[in-house]
Each structure stands twice: as structure tokens, then as C-alpha cells.
Design a protein around this ligand. Structure first.
Ligand code: UD1
Ligand code: CA
Length: 459
């Protein structure tokens, strides 16, 4: 028995099924786990194994699947109509290199691990059939591995099995490795005279045995690796398992999670040392949290970098933002695309920042909108300050230089510049540049009328 992974192998991913019980217009394999199509997870795993070629068998949903998953390294085979798993692999056959073995995977079995597949490939070598099997307490619905004197002799589907066969607990996961030349011999001759009228891939096992080809088996490290998705309940269950696995990976790397059951990572989350994350946070795309970052409860961070020592309080939403070190963000802050904050910046509650840079030590602590602004160092933005960056047709920039003080409830009508060290009085509507170091205020003069009397209600 050759124990080495063959240097080269094909992968076929079956992804033609309809997924009727998803009750969705989206083809089943495009339903997401951790924000990405199930099929994408399978393809990642196949790529990580170093597959020589990957062919996806699609059918239901037509071109929607190839369109969604388009990549230069993929080959596609259309299976229409879908006449069974054996028929599906047969469609891929012309796209496979006959000189190396073929690994069959499933677009709706998203969590299969590379190490399990490596073991299966090693078991198959270049000239044997290898099946990934698993003992289940409740094997109902699965194909059963029939053994004679310990050796695999065939697979029988649940619907074709007799009582004795149904009692077998070793089941077929569907994942297998076969010599491709043998598939070319076997698949065209498969029959469909069975309970489901389908061309069963599983029938190749008996054919291999008849030829005297060794049939070997391997088992996954965990049961969830081979779980398939047929409905939203199963999809949600695998999502939780996947998230739990990601959470454990973070914990193992030293990240503090308030509750590993209440974090969702839909992308790549990179954490430094002593990072802590409270409950209910969602991370999307690529998020980087440097050393000592603390993320409060119920924050959403997408494609964002956060510098060392920054604290993000509860209920913040950050997207395409770059946050410097030692910032205080939130609660209830929103950083939109293009927000770039320096060191020790404070962004408080109900402050929205978009396409703006805010330099070191500046603060906007309450109820403000900073859009298309360049804010210098040590600037104080008062409560209720708004950059009027949009004139209905075009966007304009606001420049606020170092050490400026923007009084509360100020509107900065862009394009406009506030000079270094300038002060704007509260309530100012700034339509022209404010000179450095001066107080600028636009406000009707306050008057008091001594003789004024409140009206009295007439009876
Ligand atoms: C199959 C196996 C069974 C195994 C089970 C594990 C066969 C005959 N049976 O049964 O032994 O225990 O998987 O889940 O292989 N597909 C296509 N084209 C088709 C038919 C299926 O692409 O014509 C795809 C489906 O989308 C699905 C996968 O193949 O992803 C399995 O098909 P399914 O019909 O669900 O097979 P099972 O009856 O579950
Ligand atoms: Ca199935």
C-alpha cells in the first residue's frame, strides 16, 4: 500500500443538485457559511491540497454557479438533467487528467478538512479506491458500507437496503478517491435499476472489488466535516460549528472572547496580543486588531485596521476604516469607508466619519458628521457639528487645521478651511474660510426686550 499522497490528483466537486428544501432561488451551493458560498469553502480546501485540476459539476441554477464562482483555475461541467452522482462524475470525466487519481467532493459539504482528505488521498495512492466512511449512531438515510470478512465489498443505498444492511452503522460520506482511468472504465456502464432510478457513483465499489482493486477506507477526524446541507436548519447548524471552530482558533492564539458562542467571523480576523472581544461582534472581510485592542459588545467591523491599545465601545459600526493607536471609539460611533484616524483620537457617540482623515489627539465626542474632511491635530469638534460636504451635485472638502476649536452646532459649508488655532463660535454657519487664531462666529446678535409681555389667554 502506498502511503504517500499522490503528487498529482484531480478534484471533482459535485454541485448540480437543486436543494429543493432550501426554498430559495439561490442555488444551494451558493448559500453562505461565514459569509461565503459553501462551494467557495470546498474550493479553498481543494486548492490548499494542491489539486492539479478542479472541475465543478453544475446543473441546477444553470450559469449562476459558474458566474458566482468564476476563477481561472476552475473547469466546469454541466450536468443536465441530474441523473445521479455517478452520472455527475461522468460529466466531469473529459475534463480530468486520466493519469492521476480523482478526489470527489461535494459543494454542499463545506467543512471537510484538508488533513482528512490528505489521509484519504494517501490511502488511495495511485491505484486503489479509497472511501471516506463514518460510523453513525443513526445511519438512517445514508449509503451503508457492506463488508465481507472485514473487506469492503459494496455500498448499498438506504432505499435499496434490506433490514440486515440497514443495521450497518458504517456509512458512506460520498467523498472518495478513485483512479481516473478506472472511472473511465466504470462510469459509462453504470445502470440505474435501483430504488431511485439514478446512476449511483457508489456502484463503482462493487466494480472495483470485482476487478481485484484494493478498496480502502479512511475516517474524518470529526463528524461535522462530512455533514451536508439540505435545508436551512442544517445550514445554520454548520454555521455555528464553523464559528465555534474559528472562535477556538482565536482563543488558542490568546484572544480573549467574552463568549466563544457569540462571535461571528465572516472573513479573516487577525489579532495581536491581549486583544479582547465582547459578545455579539461581527467581523467581515479582512479585519486587523493590533495588540491590546478591546472591542465592546455588538460591534460590526468590516475591512478595518485598528491600532494598538484602541478601545471600541459598544454598538460601533466600522467599515473600510483605518483606526490608529490608543483611540477611544464609541459607543455608537460609525466609521464609514475612507475614515482614517491618527493616534489618540476620540470619536464618541453618534459621530459619523466618512472619507476623512483625523490627525492625532483630535476629538469629536458627540453627535457630529465629518464627511470629506481633513482634520488636523488637537482639534476639538463640538457636539452637533456637521460638514455640509454635498451641494446636491458635487462633494467638497472641509479642511480644519491643527488646534482649531469648532463650537457646537456648527455647519461647515464646504469647500471651506478653518485655519490653524481658529475658534468657531457655537452655532456658526461657516461659508467662507475662518482665519487662523481668530474667533469666527456667524450668529444674529442676541437681544433682550425688557418691556415684552407674554400673551395671556383670552377667556
Ligand atoms: C449520496 C450517496 C450515499 C451517501 C450520501 C452522503 C450515492 C448514490 N449515494 O446519497 O451513499 O451516504 O450521499 O450524503 O452517491 N448531485 C449532483 N448531481 C446528481 C445527483 C447529485 O450533482 O445528479 C450532488 C448533489 O447536489 C449533492 C450530492 O451530489 O451535493 C449528493 O447527492 P444526493 O442526491 O444528495 O445523494 P444522497 O442520496 O444523499
Ligand atoms: Ca444527500
Amino acid at each position: 500500500m502506498s502511503s504517500l499522497t499522490p503528487p498529482s490528483f484531480n478534484v471533482v466537486v459535485l454541485a448540480a443538485g437543486q436543494g429543493k428544501r432550501m426554498y430559495s432561488d439561490l442555488p444551494k451551493v451558493l448559500h453562505p457559511i461565514a459569509g461565503r458560498p459553501m462551494l467557495a469553502h470546498v474550493l479553498d480546501t481543494a486548492r490548499s491540497l494542491g489539486a492539479a485540476s478542479i472541475c465543478v459539476v453544475h446543473g441546477h441554477g444553470g450559469e449562476a454557479v459558474p458566474a458566482a464562482m468564476a476563477a481561472p483555475d476552475l473547469r466546469w461541467a454541466l450536468q443536465s438533467p441530474q441523473l445521479g452522482t455517478g452520472h455527475a462524475v461522468l460529466q466531469a470525466l473529459p475534463r480530468l487528467d486520466p493519469s492521476c487519481p480523482t478526489l470527489v467532493l461535494y459543494g454542499d459539504v463545506p467543512l471537510i478538512r484538508a488533513e482528512t482528505l490528505r489521509a484519504l488521498l494517501a490511502a488511495a495512492g495511485s491505484d486503489a479506491l479509497a472511501l471516506l466512511t463514518i460510523e453513525l449512531a443513526d445511519p438512517h438515510g445514508y449509503g451503508r458500507i457492506v463488508r465481507v470478512d472485514g473487506a469492503v465489498s459494496r455500498i448499498v443505498e438506504e432505499k435499496d437496503a434490506d433490514d440486515a444492511e440497514r443495521a450497518i452503522r458504517e456509512t458512506n460520506t460520498g467523498i472518495l478517491v478513485a483512479p481516473t482511468a478506472a472511472l473511465a472504465r466504470w462510469l459509462p456502464g453504470l445502470g440505474n435499476r435501483n430504488a431511485q432510478g439514478e446512476y449511483y457513483l457508489t456502484d463503482i465499489v462493487a466494480l472495483a472489488v470485482a476487478e481485484g482493486m484494493p478498496v480502502r477506507t479512511a475516517q474524518p477526524g470529526a463528524e461535522w466535516e462530512v455533514r451536508g446541507v439540505n435545508n436551512k436548519v442544517q445550514l445554520a447548524a454548520l454555521e455555528r460549528i464553523h464559528q465555534r471552530n474559528l472562535a477556538v482558533r482565536l482563543l488558542d492564539a490568546g484572544v480573549t472572547l467574552a463568549d466563544p458562542e457569540r462571535i461571528d467571523v465572516r472573513g479573516e480576523l487577525l489579532c495581536g496580543r491581549d486583544v479582547s472581544i465582547d459578545v455579539g461582534c461581527v467581523f467581515e472581510g479582512r479585519v486587523e486588531l493590533a495588540d491590546g485592542v478591546a472591542v465592546g459588545p455588538h460591534c460590526v467591523l468590516k475591512n478595518t485596521t485598528v491600532g494598538a491599545g484602541t478601545r471600541i465601545q459598544a454598538f460601533c459600526h466600522l467599515e473600510d476604516a483605518v483606526v490608529g493607536a490608543d483611540n477611544a471609539i464609541g459607543p455608537y460611533a460609525r466609521l464609514r469607508p475612507g475614515a482614517a484616524l491618527g493616534r489618540e483620537v476620540h470619536i464618541g457617540n453618534f459621530v459619523e466619519v466618512k472619507n476623512s482623515t483625523i490627525a492625532d489627539h483630535s476629538k469629536a465626542n458627540h453627535l457630529a458628521y465629518l464627511g470629506d474632511a481633513t482634520v488636523g491635530q488637537r482639534v476639538n469638534i463640538g457636539a452637533g457639528t456637521i460638514t455640509c460636504n454635498y451641494d446636491g451635485a458635487n462633494k467638497h472638502r472641509t479642511v480644519i487645521e491643527d488646534d482649531a476649536f469648532i463650537g457646537s452646532d456648527t455647519q461647515l459649508v464646504a469647500p471651506v478651511t478653518v485655519g490653524r488655532g481658529a475658534t468657531l463660535g457655537a452655532g456658526t454657519t461657516l461659508t467662507r474660510d475662518a482665519p487662523a487664531e481668530q474667533l469666527t462666529v456667524s450668529r444674529p446678535k442676541q437681544i433682550s426686550i425688557a418691556a415684552w409681555k407674554r400673551p395671556i389667554k383670552r377667556s
